[in-house]
Design a protein around this ligand. Sequence first.
Ligand code: ZN
Ligand code: ZN
Ligand code: FE
Length: 754
Amino acid sequence: MVQGVGFRPHLYRLAQKHGLRGEVANSPAGVELILEGGGDKICLFLDQLQQSPPSGSLITALTEEDLPAINYSQFSIGPSHNTGSRTALAPADFGMCQDCQEELEDPADRRFQHPFISCTACGPRYTLVNSLPYDRPLTSMADFPLCSACQKEYNDPASRRFHAEPICCHDCGPRLTLFEDGGENKANPLASAAALLSDGKVVAIKGVGGFHLAADACNDQAVGRLRTIKRRVDKPLAIMVRDLDTAAALAHISAKAQEALCSAIRPIVIMPIKAGVPFSKLITRNIPEIGIMLAYTPLHYLLFNQAPQILVMTSFNEPGSPMLTGTKEALALLGTDCDGVLSHDRHIITRCDDSVLRSHGDEILILRRSRGYTPLPIALDQSYPAILACGAGEKVTLCLTRDKMAFLSQHLGETRSPISQDHYRQACSHLQNLFHISPEIIAHDLHPDYFSSRYALEQTGIEKIAVQHHHGHIASCMTEHGLDQPVIGVALDGTGLGADGTLWGGEILLSTLADFKRLAHFDTLEMAGGETAIKEPWRLALAWLHKEDLQGSELAFLTNIPPATKNIVEEMLAQKVNCPTTSSLGRLFDAVAALINLRLEITHSAQAAMELEAIADPDETGVYPFNLNQKQDKECRIIETKELLQGILADLKQETPQAAIATRFHNTIIKMISQACLDLSKEHNINEVVCSGGVFQNRLISQGLKQSLEEVGLMVYCHQQVPCNDGGLALGQAAVAAARIRNLSSSKTGVSHA
Ligand code: ZN
Ligand code: ZN
Ligand code: FE
């Protein structure tokens, strides 16, 4: 990763320091450097380069070669080469650096209050690059020829902007415009946008990877309006503040959370809310956590000079569609979906949503890996062929592999609407072009109905490999940790298609990268009405009662369901009509949330489980009884849930608080799984447990289970670089495909695969 991070200027200064001559240039493979001078000086040069490379850079390989002397008179930065192997890495988008912020605020600086200030260490990259090498003509900054003052800095080895590609100034850079009802305002766009926000209006703001919708977070009416526009009833919204001090007044920030918040990635970090915060209750609804990001562009900083100090910042998109990137599209919604559009004329080449982390005590969990991370590679422990892995049905990302690197795309989200499907196709071809990868193999989810699977199956003349959803999850986490020996994989998830045609999601697998065997799973529930049961968790609670023959006519949640609907669902369950079964743990969370009358219907995915986690009483230690060894399904154990249900019903009868039941449920799940893992680890003589799947976004489960497994002496591996949810799945799909190809070729050549 040596382009767009000030690498050539760094080499220039290092060469000056050691009195070496030669030249350096960007090439399709990275950087080519020719040094002339004493051999010991060159050794020293290379030592120092490897010991302290410029921040944001990454040297994946360094090869040396002796050349005949050219007799350079000095060291210079030459024009980029266009031939040779195309293996250069593209940089990610970086938040504004401290040096640029100081200039932004310095009235004596010629870039004082310039909304597009940047340098070799900061600014957008991935979202504005068309192709590599990373040179200005190949970015959307090509539309803005450098003025003579900027050109001078660009050419001056002593400048922070020496060969910094996206630089510009008041004279030569992009222009801001505010569009309102009354027309365009180019004279004072920032002040006018800030005035609209202070006035409780909703403003669309062009950011790095797309438009945000912003509103005053302390104004109930403004936040309410924003929720109506987004048609988002309950899903928590993220906020943006100017700096760490402002954030610290709103949330409990751990050391790790602080590091993440302030990093060049500038993700949204979800943290526990402090008491007495001034922002609207409508932002977080029932969840005691708040997602905060710090201002990351100079435009954001300037806005905070005049606008309200806490802004809701949520991506501007129509439901089910990707974030808007074009001013035209945003203007089409002016007057209906927003009251102002703050835009500029620098094009966004690649759409990229904000990244999201969740702060877990002193741990950080990655929920969405997007802006700031993409397109930086995940390191693989062996060389992969060119594979495209397509992801699943929601939180979609795709993955391309080359050599020992996996490139995970930005968050592509849902793929149900035609416009989001176009976005998926574009992202796929853009990444292939950017990295010059022509896939030889396509890996996709076993479920044939996902758009991603259909896309894979449409491609012709290329080998396709279907990967079972939960095997993909486990393989993703194994790949992060470089594991390929058999492991015990714990996949706790929503629903995914299983190898037997039913829906899985509460699985313990004996897994290698190439293959898996189902060792145990949660007892199944019937989803009356199929997908509808996911949106209406009460159907799952009813199915559970029905399955275990425990009628609970006195239960409070039943009185909240229209009797006619309830009768239909009961009939469906009795007749087993449109009732696919699932072993998903996510669905069991839903059932419990409904059973205790906490959440009967949901408006966004995992809402019931999030609320169940949120209300759990931290001081409660109770566990419900459970039984692991009674039932078997072929060779697979079944983790029974009948006694769990009986325990919850007894608690409800005694009017035990919801908070205690919620904790006891979490505790029981942890105990069930760790006991099952311990039994299976002895049986199969395997010590490594690999955890993946969307349920691990739940802090109580991920922390509790890890602790519980470690206490009995097992080695536990969790996700660190990619999300445990379906956003990390494509990495696992690629790993499974690569392992199967390796096995195939080794069996052909007679070499056995260890
Ligand atoms: Zn900077
Ligand atoms: Zn300029
Ligand atoms: Fe999943």
